[in-house]
Design a protein around this ligand. Structure first.
Ligand code: BTN
Length: 287
C-alpha cells in the first residue's frame, strides 16, 4: 500500500496528502505556482538533461535573459563541487539552475553561492517547519547530514561577467543513497517523513533568492546577511579542520566575514578562509 504523508506546502493545502508518486514536476506546474518578480521569469523544464548547469550555460550563450530557470526531472551527469558527481535520480530531487547576468565585479561573484545557500535554508524551513543549517560555505545540512549542494559557475567575457549559473540540488524524496555518499547524504523525506512538493519548494527558493539577492546587490557583499548566515552556520563555535592543500590546520570557527570568508581562530591567531581554495570538515566528522 502506498503511504501518504502530510505536506505543509500551500499548493496542495494543509489537509491534503502528497505521496512521492504524486509529486509531479512539469513546466505547467512550475508556471502555475510562480509568484516571483524576475527569478524564473522564463522557465525551461527537461525530463532528462546531462546537467542543468551545463544546459543553463548553453541557454545563456544562446541569449536567454537574466533570471532564466532550468529544472530537470533527472540528470545523467549532475555535477558537484571539486569535480565530483551529484546523485540525480528520477523524481527524487530538485535539480535546478538559475541563470544570472549581473553587472557586478567578478571578484564578488563567489558570494552568490552563500546567497543561494541562505535562500534554500529559508525555503526549506518555511516549507517543512524543520530547522536546517549551513556547513560553510554552502552545504545545507539536516541532522548532521547533507540535503542540498550548490554549484556556482561563472563565465567571463573581456574581463566582465557574461553570466553566472547557480545550480542547486536538493534531496527531497530519496529513500536511500549509494554507498559512496550514504554516510554524509540524506533527504528531506528521510529526516522528516514528509514528501514535500518540489514545485512549491522551487518557487520558495526563488522567492527567497530575490529577497537575499537584493540585499547582496546593495553592497555587492554580505554585510547585510552575515547575521542570518551565522545564525544557521553549523560550524559556528566548533572545531574545524581546514584542508588547505599547502598547510592544513585546525581551529574554532567563529562565523563569516562580509566577504563570505570563514573566520577560524587557531592557537597561532585568527585566519580567514576563502571558499574555493579549501574544504572544511568538522574535526570529529562531516560537520
Ligand atoms: C556540491 O557538490 O555540493 C554541489 C552540488 C550541486 C548539484 C546541482 S544539481 C543542479 C545543478 N546541476 C548540476 O550539474 N549541479 C547542480
Amino acid at each position: 500500500m502506498k503511504k501518504a504523508y502530510q505536506t505543509t506546502n500551500e499548493v496542495y493545502g494543509e489537509d491534503d496528502k502528497l505521496t512521492e508518486a504524486e509529486d509531479s514536476l512539469s513546466l505547467e506546474v512550475l508556471e502555475r505556482v510562480r509568484r516571483t518578480a524576475w527569478a524564473g521569469r522564463k522557465i525551461y523544464y527537461f525530463p532528462v538533461v546531462d546537467s542543468t548547469n551545463d544546459k543553463a550555460r548553453q541557454l545563456a550563450a544562446e541569449g536567454c535573459p537574466d533570471g532564466t530557470l532550468v529544472v530537470a526531472g533527472r540528470q545523467e551527469a549532475g555535477k558537484g563541487r571539486r569535480g565530483r558527481s551529484w546523485v540525480s535520480p528520477d523524481g527524487c530531487g530538485i535539480f535546478m539552475t538559475l541563470l544570472l547576468k549581473p553587472d557586478i565585479c567578478p571578484d564578488n561573484a563567489s558570494m552568490l553561492t552563500l546567497v543561494a545557500a541562505l535562500s534554500v535554508v529559508r525555503a526549506i524551513e518555511n516549507q517543512t517547519k524543520v530547522p536546517v543549517g549551513i556547513k560553510w560555505p554552502n552545504d545545507i545540512v539536516l541532522n548532521g547530514k547533507k540535503i542540498c549542494g550548490i554549484l556556482t559557475e561563472m563565465c567571463m567575457d573581456s574581463g566582465r561577467i557574461s553570466h553566472v549559473v547557480v545550480g542547486i540540488g536538493i534531496n527531497v524524496h530519496n529513500a536511500s543513497f549509494p554507498n559512496e555518499v550514504s554516510e554524509t547524504a540524506t533527504s528531506l523525506y528521510l529526516e522528516t517523513g514528509m514528501h514535500c512538493s518540489r514545485a512549491a519548494l522551487i518557487e520558495e527558493v526563488l522567492e527567497q533568492f530575490e529577497t537575499f539577492y537584493a540585499i547582496y546587490r546593495k553592497t555587492e557583499e554580505l554585510s547585510g546577511l552575515v547575521g542570518v548566515y551565522d545564525a544557521h552556520l553549523v560550524n559556528r563555535h566548533r572545531q574545524v579542520r581546514v584542508l588547505d592543500p599547502t598547510e592544513p590546520f585546525e581551529g574554532e570557527a567563529q562565523g563569516i566575514t562580509p566577504r563570505g570568508e570563514l573566520i577560524v581562530d587557531t592557537p597561532d591567531g585568527r585566519r580567514l578562509v576563502s571558499a574555493g581554495e579549501v574544504s572544511v570538515r568538522g574535526v570529529y566528522g562531516y560537520v
